[in-house]
Every structure is written in C-alpha cells, then in structure tokens.
Ligand binder design. Structure first.
Ligand SMILES: [Zn+2]
Length: 147
C-alpha cells in the first residue's frame, strides 16, 4: 500500500493479543492510525457496514481476512440469534424493552423475560413460606394465617 505524499510504506499487520484480530497501522505524515484488517477488507469488498452489524469471520478463523471468509452479521450467533429473533417468551409475554433482562451465562448473553423471572421468584417465595408454615405446624406452633 502506498501513502499519499510520502514514500510508500509497507504495513506490518500485527495480532492484537487481546482479541486475536490482525491490525495494521496506517501512516500518513507523522500520524498513524491503527485499523483492524478485517474491517478494512470488509469495507473494500463487502461495502459499508450496515448499522447494527459487525464484521464476522467465517470458518477460516480470525486471522483469515479473505473477503470470502468475512461477512456482516449481528454480534450474536446461532441459538442467540434465534432467541433474538423471537418477539415473546415461552409463556407469551412480549419481549419489549422494559420486559427484558440481559443475562450473561458463561460469556454468552441472552435475554430473559422479566415477567417470568418475577413469577418464578414469587413462586419460590410462596414455596418457602408454605414450607415455613408447615414446619411451624409440625413443631406445634400456631400456623400463620394468610390474608
Ligand atoms: Zn415470560
């Protein structure tokens, strides 16, 4: 690659140890700008990145930046993608902004229905209360009366 106004410089791609992607340093005059190779290749061969999508590597792996190994996709994969496409939970509660909770399990992000979550909590609380009152009965004390 060449740089306008200056002698051509060979860009040496370096692997970023934090994310495993290849980066090149673009130099012009005395400024340098570090860019991810896959982002530049995607821009050149796939066109501008649509909003909300990321450059994803295919089966060739993170260091294979051939255009055929790159695609624009959401940052989530497989099952997560399936979940993200759903508009309601198993119990039919709508997946709206304020009914959703994001959870992370072993590095994977997934959405959880807030209504179901609170229902489950309420059921658990009720179970604990029931257990407490049956224990109280068993020990000869007056069972607590519900409202
Ligand atoms: Zn639900």
């Amino acid at each position: 690659m060449s740089v306008k106004g200056n002698e051509p410089r060979i860009l040496k791609p370096k692997v970023n140890p934090r994310n495993g992607f290849l980066y090149v340093s673009l130099q012009r005059d005395d400024r340098s700008n570090t860019r991810a190779v896959h982002v530049l290749v995607a821009l050149a061969f796939l066109g501008p990145r649509p909003p909300g999508l990321q450059v994803r590597h295919g089966p060739g792996g993170k260091l294979n930046n051939a255009p055929s190994n790159l695609r624009y996709d959401t940052g989530i994969s497989g099952l997560e993608h399936h979940m993200a496409a759903r508009t309601e939970c198993d119990n039919g509660h709508p997946f709206t902004e304020d009914n959703l909770m994001w959870r992370t399990d072993r590095g994977k992000r997934y959405r959880k229905c807030r209504t179901c979550h609170y229902d489950a909590q309420a059921r658990y609380q009720a179970k604990v209360k029931k257990k407490e009152s049956s224990l109280a009965t068993a020990s000869g004390r007056t069972p607590r009366r519900g409202p």
